[in-house]
Design a protein around this ligand. Structure first.
Ligand code: X5A
Ligand code: ZN
Length: 677
């Protein structure tokens, strides 16, 4: 199942007909440039291309008043002077004689996308539209938005497809107050928005954009606002917001569909947002969302005004929707103090409504601080790569050279390969998953096996040869990810060899996630190049910052918090270039849990993941691992249960211990630390 791209070139017709510095950035080139770049990269051709249709007036009526629709219809016949006068009655809006047509196409594009996904024609998709939608309200245009494309799409999915739970993720840098107002008291639509806020000093200057606006009546807790109080937020801040706020709540909500208000004015270079997230970040955010709702993600363009940054970010998102591995994130993965304060304030405000947040030991409320530009830990920005410094100072030339760099995105010719003891033709693998038959040379395999008694037997040795062969192909960039099998008795020994070989054959930093009864290689050094994380240990322990052990959580809720609050923050902080995930004896994971883990671990390592399983495991496990590593949607875990108090306690303890070294674990700013005083 593929990815839809919905577009219509008529949407480039609307443009500003008079002088207005605030509105001129919303221009037709936004669409043409993004589309050109998608074509140039061969991405458009990989999508199911759909021509947008116009929404009907009944469909507009799902959200807007008949009077307002009639008023916008009427603008088709107005002259420039009249258009300008009418535009002046709204905040940051311009009308053009083609606006009504364009805005109906924009809504229609979102509806077609939802229909294609819910009919099963595609798994996900993007509607490239203008005008944008998320600021528009029942009877008002606002912030370049005329009709609320995403809100109408959500109502349509409920009315026409009978959905009960829809998640809207609004990563545009502005608060989509229009969407918030429409679903404020509605628990069937969970609205998440982050936005530049600066304690209320940024457009649209609304009190209700703050974290304590959580919805009303039956909708309490179904509005989640994450206000950014400083500019300069980057990859680490955005990923932290997903791991510590959005995803715990979203898993608990268990949506049937994810709509993305995909504004890219939250990306580096954008004149509105002044943020620092690089285009690749949007591939990661997209990948993280795809573990929800069976991968049914419908993205609809909102803002994004730096043409180059916008186009690259759109490409990254489409690549991720297509299942390509996300390029690794650049820059230090250290969230800003101000971001942590914001994250903490949402967690505190939402904790009464979401048990997933209650269990993670949300720290006490911080007293709100007034705006203070000096409080900003600018040192963090300056430790970045030179390109980031340039971007931080808005050096236009250096920024465009950053964006111009042909991205070293070594896409291996084979995305996923499996190496099994007895290749089984009956396995329901995606057609381009390679069944690897090769083995490392026998002498070499024997040499690696020699120190291990468990690898003495022929069967173990044969399996090791295959593991090493697949590992080498990942290390030399021929294959992106894979699944290999070893006999249970040899699991620890094979993992030991794989780690040592990985480190000596090109991996700079190797993350090993060992699930179940697996031994840490005894002579593994703490030189910063390997991080060992064992899930399924007897107790929570961290003998060093690179040696962590946690018991296997007993419930779905416990497993999810372990992954979101420990495994992924560690992995994103460590920035490995290879992940080994080994399912050892007594690993205790159900197939969907194993698949979720594998799917999420693609992120931190640019998709370079080798999963090691037991030869005796079920073919279903091999298939589901191969599928998710290949970029297919992870199966649903079902409704989340509560974590046990012991599991929750173990996590809180470990995180406290590890936070000083692995900053992505932080979900609150340290008292008295940078940015908090
Ligand atoms: C969709 C969008 C921004 C309006 C900014 C007005 N609107 N200053 O990004
Ligand atoms: Zn915006």
């Amino acid at each position: 199942m593929g990815t839809a791209l919905v577009y219509h070139e008529d949407m480039t017709a609307a443009r500003l007909l008079w002088d207005d510095p605030e509105c001129e950035i919303e221009c037709p080139e936004r669409l043409t440039t993004a589309l050109e770049r998608l074509q140039q990269r061969g991405l458009e051709q990989r999508c199911l291309q759909l021509a947008a249709r116009e929404a009907s007036e009944a469909e507009l009526g799902l959200v807007h008043s008949p009077e307002y629709v009639a008023l916008v219809r009427g603008t088709q016949a107005l002259g420039t002077g009249e258009l300008q006068t009418l535009s002046g009655q709204y905040d940051a809006v311009y009308f053009h004689p083609s606006t009504f047509h364009c805005a109906r196409l924009a809504v229609g594009a979102a509806l077609q996308l939802v229909d294609a996904v819910l009919a099963g024609a595609v798994r996900n998709g993007l509607a490239l539209v203008r005008p944008p939608g998320h600021h528009s309200q029942r009877a008002a245009a606002n912030g370049f938005c005329v009709f609320n494309n995403v809100a109408i799409a959500a109502r349509h999915a409920q009315r026409q497809h009978g959905l009960h739970r829809i998640l809207i993720v609004d990563w545009d840098v502005h608060h989509g107050q229009g969407i918030q107002y429409i679903f404020e008291d509605d628990p069937s639509v969970l609205y998440f928005s982050w936005h530049r806020y600066e304690h209320g000093r940024f457009w649209p200057y609304l009190r209700e954009s703050d974290a304590d606006a959580v919805g009303q009546g039956p909708g309490l807790g179904f509005t989640v606002n994450l206000p950014w109080n400083q500019v300069g937020m980057g990859n680490a801040d955005y990923v932290a917001a997903f791991l510590h706020v959005l995803l715990p709540v979203a898993f608990e909500f268990n949506p049937e569909l994810v709509l993305v208000s995909a504004g890219f004015d939250s990306a580096i270079g954008d004149p509105e947002g002044q943020m620092q997230a690089t285009p690749e970040c949007f591939a990661h955010l997209t990948q993280l969302l795809q573990v929800l709702a069976g991968g049914r993600v419908c993205a609809v363009l909102e803002g994004g005004y730096h043409l180059e940054s916008l186009s690259q970010s759109v490409c990254m998102m489409v690549q991720a929707l297509l299942g390509d591995p996300a390029p690794p994130l650049s820059g230090p993965m250290v969230p800003h103090g101000s971001a942590l304060e914001s994250i903490q304030s949402v967690r505190v405000a939402q904790a009464p409504h979401w048990m997933s947040l209650q269990q993670q030991g949300v720290a006490p409320v911080l007293s709100p601080r007034p705006y203070s530009p000096e409080g900003r830990p600018s040192s963090l920005l300056l430790t970045g790569r030179p390109e980031f410094k340039a971007a931080a100072t808005q050096d236009v030339a250096a920024l465009s050279s950053l964006l111009d760099q042909p991205r070293l995105n070594p896409t291996p010719p084979v995305r996923t390969a499996v190496a099994l003891a007895a290749p089984d033709a009956a396995l329901a693998l995606p057609s381009d998953v390679l069944c690897e038959e090769g083995s490392a040379p026998q002498e070499e395999t024997q040499a690696w096996a020699r120190p291990h008694e468990a690898l003495a037997q022929d069967r173990a040795l044969t399996a090791l040869g295959k593991v090493l062969y697949l590992l080498d192909r990942i290390l030399d960039g021929q294959v992106s990810s894979g699944v290999a099998a070893t006999p249970a008795r040899a699991a620890s020994a094979a993992l030991d060899v794989a780690i040592r070989r990985g480190l000596s054959h090109g991996a700079q930093r190797l993350l090993c996630l060992a699930v179940g009864q697996l031994d840490r290689p005894p002579d593994l050094t703490d030189d910063g190049r390997n991080l060992w994380l064992n899930i399924g240990g007897k107790e929570a322990a961290a003998p060093s910052m690179f040696h962590v052990s946690v018991p296997l959580p007993g419930t779905t809720g416990g497993f999810l918090s372990c992954v979101l609050a420990l495994v992924l923050p560690l992995a994103y902080s460590f920035q490995p270039d290879l992940v080994l995930v080994a399912l050892g004896p007594a690993h205790g994971l159900r197939d969907p849990q194993a698949a979720l883990l594998a799917a999420l671990l693609r992120g931190p390592a640019g998709g370079r993941v080798l999963a090691l399983v037991d030869e005796e495991c079920t073919p279903q496990l091999v298939v589901v691992l191969a599928r998710v590593l290949h970029g297919e949607a992870a199966p649903s875990l079902g409704p989340a249960s509560t974590a046990s108090p012991e599991d929750a306690q173990a996590l809180v303890q470990l995180r406290g211990h590890l936070e000083p070294r692995w900053k992505m674990l932080q979900a609150a700013s340290e008292a008295g630390g940078p940015g908090s005083g």
